[in-house]
Design a protein around this ligand. Structure first.
Ligand SMILES: CC(C)(COP(=O)(O)OP(=O)(O)OC[C@H]1O[C@@H](n2cnc3c(N)ncnc32)[C@H](O)[C@@H]1OP(=O)(O)O)[C@@H](O)C(=O)NCCC(=O)NCCS
Length: 244
């Protein structure tokens, strides 16, 4: 059964307030296929070229989550009018007649998709990963000794900690719009601490940004935002918990 949770997030700057929309979207491929008519004609043309069920699923999860996130932010009822194109580094580009300078960040994992929609004035990023012990050796290759010490102090199980750090790096690489094609040094973290039920991270080189992360038994989710922004992500984490 398709499940969806949408909401808004208020982002406080010193003299301004921004709003972002979010959507969590859970569905299997047969249910997602029922939503194909909601794709913009250009999205549909791309979708028709896809051969593998896994990519069909991830594409539809990401596009449905992103369209609903934009709709939540802009109050748009017609999802078909929102075209989410792909830029040169594979980042999503919102082409939408009803609003200007809206961006989205997308992540998908299995049958769960998540997206944020936000003003270009205030960049955000999101990354969702499955907690999978089998990936530990690969994740470990991208973690510095200093980061291992920082993680150890948090007291997380190793698989959770490594996956969490991965989402923190992948998430900021999305905010920077390069993806993981860049030198990993730019993504290293300086500090991590518990902040209530979430973990707050400061980056070393990408110091304009910070991350808040949360996890359940299957997934880790990181939300990346400008360092000086104040935000209450309570509703966002609750929605994540309900989609697990
Ligand atoms: C961006 C990247 C970090 C995403 O990681 P992932 O774990 O595979 O996937 P996620 O589900 O978390 O995120 C995927 C979404 O990230 C977004 N994305 C992809 N590249 C991005 C970039 N450079 N900047 C911001 N967002 C990006 C897309 O919306 C994508 O979903 P979509 O393809 O359905 O539109 C990773 O794919 C990457 O580093 N890509 C760059 C290298 C690359 O493009 N290689 C393929 C060459 S064909």
């Amino acid at each position: 059964m398709t499940r969806k949770k949408t909401g808004q997030i208020t982002l406080h700057r010193e003299n301004t307030v921004f709003t972002a929309g979010y959507c969590f979207f859970r569905a299997e491929l047969p249910e997602l296929l029922a939503g194909v008519p909601l794709l913009h004609p250009e999205e549909r043309a791309y979708f028709e070229t896809l051969k593998f069920d896994r990519r069909k699923t991830s594409y539809l999860l990401g596009r449905m989550a992103a369209k609903h996130a934009v709709a939540e932010l802009m109050g748009e009822a017609d999802l078909r009018s929102i075209w989410i194109d792909t830029g040169v580094f594979r980042f999503p580009v919102v082409k939408y007649a009803g609003g200007q300078n809206i961006q989205v960040s997308i992540s998908h994992c299995g049958t769960l998709g998540v997206a944020l929609a936000f003003s270009e004035m205030h960049p955000l990023g999101v990354d969702l990963e499955h907690i999978d012990e089998g990936r530990l050796p690969v994740l470990a290759t991208q973690i510095t000794d200093e980061e291992k010490q920082i993680l150890a102090a948090l007291g997380l199980p190793e698989t959770v900690g490594f996956t969490l750090l991965w989402t923190i790096k992948e998430g900021v690489s999305k905010t920077l719009r390069t993806g993981l094609t860049m030198d990993f040094k730019i993504l290293t973290v300086k500090s991590m601490k518990w902040a209530g039920n979430t973990i707050e991270t400061a980056y070393r080189a990408s110091s304009q940004y910070k991350a808040f992360s949360c996890y359940d038994k299957d997934h880790v989710l990181s939300f990346i935002l400008p360092r000086k922004t104040k935000v209450d992500l309570g509703g966002f984490w609750e929605a994540f918990g309900e989609m697990g």
